[in-house]
Unconditional design. Structure first.
Length: 249
């Protein structure tokens, strides 16, 4: 088995005070339970107004591996992830949403597939979202496939593990960030492994994915990426194939 990587868990959060402390704590525990020693949990507070950041800072007093990256105002899902990727210090990034719809312990499903030249992408099985959100997802990614060709079967699933270098330098500030990440991985020659992961119904907070402004922003970023796909060709993000070979590829 390949050595376990050092991992930065990046948890974007916007007004998730009801669940964020529990999610962050369980994420740290899940990483330690797999045998990972070098780790951090970065909660990116994207301008929350409900005390989300304060809850994480209080937790961090007893758990120094858990820290907050703070946005002074709400900048969007993609901007939150980009801030997390830039702040991460470890070799690999584990992305998981902060709304408690995933169990961080399920990272054990991704780890066996991870290498320095691989992106491991979860897909929700089954998906516990509203019919409206699923309909929006289907419509949007019909357009994505028409413009860019095949993508991941559930590209917006917020449960992924990949080398940090793949996530640095992306441009999307909204929901398009997940598509940009997947397309970059494909263009640069990363191996992409897709793994089913359990998905749970939201029990607190308010989802924003179906907000008309969020949807409109995603379409705008999709068009921009189509016109100027420079980040997809960023050689600084290319996979380290030699390291992958050393780890048993």
């Amino acid at each position: 088995m390949s050595p376990l990587p050092s991992i930065s868990a990046v948890l974007p959060a916007y007004n998730e005070v009801a669940v964020i402390a529990d999610v962050a704590r369980r994420t740290e525990q899940a990483l330690r339970a797999t045998g990972i020693v070098d780790l951090e949990v970065l909660v990116v507070d994207d301008g929350s107004t409900d005390g989300t950041g304060d809850a994480v800072r209080a937790l961090g007093e007893a758990h120094p591996e858990i820290t907050v990256v703070r946005h002074s105002h709400n900048r969007g899902y993609g901007a939150a992830l980009r801030s997390g990727f830039e702040a991460a210090r470890c070799d690999a990034v584990f992305v998981m949403d902060s709304d408690a719809q995933f169990d961080p312990a399920d990272i054990h499903l991704l780890l066996p597939h991870y290498r320095a030249d691989t992106m491991v992408a979860g897909y929700r099985s089954p998906r516990n979202d509203s019919l409206l959100r699923r309909a929006n997802h289907t419509a949007f990614f019909t357009v994505v496939r028409a413009l860019f060709g095949p993508s991941l079967r559930d590209v917006n699933c917020a449960f992924k593990l990949f080398p940090r270098r793949l996530g640095v330098g992306l441009r999307s500030s909204g929901a398009m960030i997940s598509t940009e990440l997947a397309l970059r991985a494909r263009h640069l020659g990363y191996l992409i492994v897709e793994v089913p992961v359990p998905h749970y119904a939201r029990t607190a907070g308010t989802p924003t994915g179906a907000n008309p402004r969020v949807v409109a922003r995603a379409f705008g970023e999709l068009w921009q990426l189509r016109r100027d796909p420079v980040t997809l060709r960023d050689k600084a993000a290319a996979p380290d194939h030699d390291l992958g070979a050393e780890r048993g590829r």
